[in-house]
Write a protein that binds this ligand. Structure first.
Ligand SMILES: *Cc1c(COP(=O)(O)O)cnc(C)c1O
Length: 402
């Protein structure tokens, strides 16, 4: 009997009841704008910022409209100007180079290794070209952050971390987003907390935080924040920083607060699923599991493996065969981007020489979401299906090659 998986790869869990209750309260009083508070009231957004800052151990936190907005705001707060080069990952999602392009700045792509992290040799080689690195922990893979920060500190490069896939993760015990100068997170439905859209920016730097607050559109009401720097930090910044509105609202904040409180539990549940999948895939001939370093505390909300040096048609056959059995895999190697699988050479607004070593890795990356609506048994079944279908194609492939 051929096993078929019937679950949905895009179905998240419902919003926790406490979030629904809090959202209804906000809807009933109608004060959705973060600065629309009654006499002694503290807004849901201000409380959310305080709680998220505490969760990652940051001094300052600003909640905003999206992860992409958080990154563009961080770049602006660091003074990136139109035409400035900004280092970033060749393997990431479109909002990352998009945030650079939003300022009229120019992405300079750094390659990807077989560990799916930024290529530190390539970074070292390109370190002289820019003063800012927008580092994406794409699909939750964290590079050796101690080595990366040493390279960037030596070259005078400021680091903004894109933690869209690493909220709750850590390197060497330090939360992701707390190694560089600024950490950016997304609260979009497919990330680790879900308010539909939303994002956070965290930093310990009072000047960067004050600029970010002004940029987000605080109308001189920054004293109503609980996780912003003291008002002295705004003394001149309040006059020189344009308002580029992108605030979080109280409805989303109400939905998010219980989720932030619950983050560690949810991360553990993701990892249970991830490890079942990983165990089921390990040892499949032709398939490379991505080994995670000991220093990395992961959040396994998606899983990747490599079909390294496979012919494109064979990868397509694996995807088609898995899809027939209900397992939705995405491939970063297709010549045309589909859904979210674009990569550096898809973003033609940024001219880039080809990177053959990265191309080889990208051509082999197969990616799968792991929503928490999957049971552990679902994960076992999915791994069995992938294992069988990769095996079937690999066999005909190696026979053909003989
Ligand atoms: C989702 C995502 C973002 C931010 O996305 P928004 O949709 O703007 O919240 C940033 N980087 C990566 C890698 C992402 O996947």
């Amino acid at each position: 009997m051929t096993e078929i998986f019937k679950g949905s790869f895009t179905q998240q869990e419902p919003i926790p009841e406490a979030g629904i209750e809090a959202a209804l309260t906000v809807l009933r009083h109608g004060r959705l704008h973060r600065y629309n508070t009654s006499a002694e009231e503290i807004s849901e957004t201000a409380l959310l910022e305080q709680e998220f800052a505490a969760a990652v151990g940051a001094k300052y936190c600003l909640a905003v409209a999206s992860g992409g907005y958080a990154m563009a705001t961080a770049l602006r707060a660091l003074g990136v100007q139109p035409g400035d080069p900004v280092l970033s990952n060749a393997f990431t999602l479109a909002p990352v180079p998009g945030a650079v392009a939003a300022l009229g700045a120019t992405p300079v792509f750094v390659g990807v290794t077989e560990a799916l992290t930024i290529d530190l040799d390539d970074l070292r080689a390109k370190a002289g070209q820019a003063k800012v690195l927008l580092l994406s922990h794409m699909r939750g893979h964290i590079c050796d952050m101690d080595a990366l920060m040493a390279i960037c500190d030596a070259a005078g490069i400021k680091v903004i971390e894109d933690c869209a896939h690493t909220m709750g993760a850590a390197w060497n015990g330090v939360p992701s987003g707390r190694h560089g100068l600024v950490g950016c997170y997304s609260c979009q439905t497919y990330k680790h907390v879900n308010s539909g859209e939303g994002g956070f920016l965290v930093t310990d730097d009072p000047e960067v935080a004050a600029r970010a607050v002004m940029l987000s559109g605080s109308y001189m009401l920054y004293e109503r924040h609980l996780a912003a720097p003291p008002k002295e930090a705004f003394a001149t910044i309040r006059y020189e920083t344009p308002n580029i509105s992108g605030r979080m609202d109280n409805l989303r904040a109400a939905i998010l607060r219980p989720q932030v409180a619950d983050l560690a539990t949810q991360c553990a549940r993701w990892n249970d699923r991830y490890h079942r999948l990983e165990a089921g895939l390990r040892g499949t001939p032709g398939l490379t599991v991505i080994d995670r370093p000991e220093e990395e505390t992961i959040v396994g909300s998606s899983i990747q493996f490599l079909l390294l040096d496979w012919a494109a048609d064979d990868v397509r056959r694996v995807l088609a065969r898995c899809a027939e059995r209900g397992v939705e895999l995405k491939w970063f190697g297709a010549p045309e981007p589909l859904g979210f699988t674009s990569r550096y050479d898809s973003w033609r607004y940024a001219e880039t020489p080809q990177m053959p070593d990265s191309d080889r890795v990208l051509a082999g990356i197969v990616d799968m979401r792991v929503p928490l609506t999957f049971s552990l048994e679902d994960c076992d079944l999915i791994a069995r299906i992938i294992r069988a279908e990769v095996g079937a194609v690999y066999q005909t492939q190696s026979t053909a090659a003989e």
